[in-house]
Design a protein around this ligand. Structure first.
Ligand code: GDG
Length: 522
């Protein structure tokens, strides 16, 4: 049995029956930009192979779909995708034993350039990561974003025809689709999870289409964010920019007679899958080989795993390492850092510049401090297979997560889940959402490289007992992706049953945020 099939049997069945219980008779339609399976041309002419695109979200939702069935609507991005579908652009997946339908829609070059690389990734991504100065505003990006969102909505309406359905949208590529669906099918229940931060009004307010995007999202019955602060920011923007009526006690926003519940539901990972991958029968030999290669003898192994993205704080991390080796020369030859940084969104200038900058900084640092037998930083720009990644997490003495801004950061959680020996240390930026939910990490401020360096030094010097105690706390605070799904469904179901906005238990932070808002309003 492959690990996905095992996962489908382990975690998802609990969520499968829960979904059936909460949404009896409803079809589940998941909508995301990225698809869970891609068809590509194989070695031999005419051969088609199936690939699972790397990505935490698609691999996490796949077991749910396998357990529940239903339809997943996504962009068909694989080169042989069009050959694999039927006349209605549908294909059963997983390919060996289909249990749900993948409904593909097609993007042409203009769509990819303007909707995906343009509005989604050169406007929404930077604005939500508090970087308004690098946004690129173009009317044609917005126009195409609207058009592609309408096409996603049409595919959803098609799949929901004649059925009761609940539609679960994922992320910032699809802010307008919920409203387009709601206008035609007010009876459907719509939920949305926003994976990245929602910025404060002062920053979001620069968006030329600020009100339109929020109106698109308020068509949902449930709008989920990673953190209470994102909920507060969103509601504040909704109140100011659309005139929605916000109830700060229940965290709901009402616009044109429709009420949207807003909730912080922090995402997690498939903990068991990482534990298992880090504990395969020959794991210890694999760990030993990795350590021999990157950190032989008494050298400590540090690890970073980030998409090559300016929100992840890579130059800041390298600068901190520079300070470490400069200020504390006793660590020269005693720490090697493997930094996995797979290039992404490469046709966007800011990403290309970042890649060059990171390569240059790593080269300079290695040149300055490295010796014949010791390289301070190993930069790996190729994606590692998931099983290999779990072994690398297990092998590392410390993990450096230094995001400048991050919705959650799954890497921090994957490291903790894979630390089955229980002695590694997590250095985590206070600006990653994970810092709001995990316990036992060492908090770093990536904007302060000297202090960052001092904290790396301290982490390297922690006695084993304290490292183990911290890792126990970290592992104790780690929820599973299935809890996340269950929490989302439980928050969503009352709206589906027509009970209006449920009075939910708000967390301490949510209450604090609401009070803060009330205080601001006097
Ligand atoms: C967005 C939000 C939020 C990376 N390199 C390899 C590899 N990865 C995988 C990691 C992890 C994923 O990519 C990265 O997830 P993050 O959460 O760190 O960051 P984003 O991609 O920015 O994700 C983020 C997330 O959505 C979920 O809501 O946490 O805040 O920005 O899973 O393992 N995987 C493999 N090889 C690699 O080389 N196999």
């Amino acid at each position: 049995m492959d690990s996905d099939a095992r996962r489908a049997l382990l975690g998802a069945p609990d969520v499968g029956p829960l979904f059936r219980e909460l949404f009896p008779g409803d079809r589940l339609i998941v909508v995301s930009n990225r698809e869970p399976y891609e068809h590509r041309w194989g070695q031999d002419v005419g051969d088609i192979e199936v690939r699972r695109p790397a990505g935490g979200l698609t691999s996490a939702l796949d077991p749910l779909m396998r357990a529940v069935g239903g339809v997943w609507v996504a962009w068909g991005s694989g080169e042989a995708d069009a050959q694999a579908v039927d006349d209605n652009d549908r294909v059963g997946v997983p390919p060996d034993d289909p249990s749900y339908t993948l409904r593909r829609l097609w993007l042409d070059q203009h769509d990819i350039h303007r909707y995906y690389l343009g509005f989604s990734n050169q406007f929404l991504w930077p604005i939500c990561h508090l970087r308004p100065e690098i946004t690129r505003v173009r009317a044609r990006y917005w126009e195409r974003y609207r058009r592609v969102n309408r096409r996603f909505a049409e595919a959803v309406l098609d799949e929901a025809r004649g059925a009761d359905a609940v539609v679960w949208f994922q992320d910032y590529h699809l802010a307008l689709a919920p409203q387009a669906v709601r206008e035609r099918r007010p009876d459907l229940s719509l939920g949305h999870f926003w994976h990245i931060p929602w910025p404060p009004l002062e920053i979001y307010g620069v968006t030329p289409q600020a009100g339109d995007l929020i109106r698109g999202l308020l068509a949902n019955d449930l709008m989920g964010f990673q953190l209470p602060s994102h909920c507060v920011n969103f509601l504040h923007c909704a109140e100011e920019l659309t005139g929605a009526t916000v109830d700060w006690e229940t965290l709901t926003a009402e616009l044109d007679g429709h009420r949207c519940q807003v909730r912080a539901i922090p995402i997690s990972i498939d903990v068991e899958a990482f534990e298992q991958a880090a504990s395969v029968p020959d794991a210890e030999e694999q760990v030993a080989r990795l350590r021999e290669r990157y950190a032989p003898g008494d050298v400590k192994l540090g690890l970073g795993v980030d998409r090559m993205d300016y929100s992840k704080g890579l130059p800041e991390k390298i600068k901190a390492l520079d300070f470490l080796f400069e200020r504390y020369p006793e660590f020269r030859g005693k720490l090697s850092v493997v930094q996995v940084a797979v290039p992404s969104r490469t046709s966007i200038e800011a990403y290309d510049e970042l890649t060059q900058k990171v390569e240059r900084m790593v080269w300079e640092l290695n040149d300055r401090f490295g010796t014949e037998d010791w390289r301070p930083i190993h930069l790996i720009k190729q994606a590692l297979p998931p099983d290999r990644l779990a072994i690398l997490y297990r092998a590392s003495d410390l993990c450096l997560v230094g995001s400048l801004m991050d919705g959650m950061n799954l890497v921090a959680k994957e490291y903790v889940a894979s630390q089955v020996d229980g002695a590694g240390v997590l250095l985590l930026s206070r600006f990653a959402g994970a810092a709001g939910v995990l316990d036992g990490y060492i908090e770093v401020n990536p904007y302060d490289p000297e202090d960052y360096a001092r904290l790396i030094r301290d982490a390297l010097s922690l006695p084993e007992e304290e490292r183990r105690a911290r890792m126990r706390r970290l592992r104790g605070s780690l929820g599973s992706i299935y809890d996340w799904m269950a929490d989302f469904f439980r928050a969503w179901a009352p709206a589906r049953r027509g009970e209006g906005a449920p009075m939910i238990e708000t967390t301490h932070e949510e209450r604090e945020g609401a009070q803060m808002r009330a205080a601001v309003d006097g």
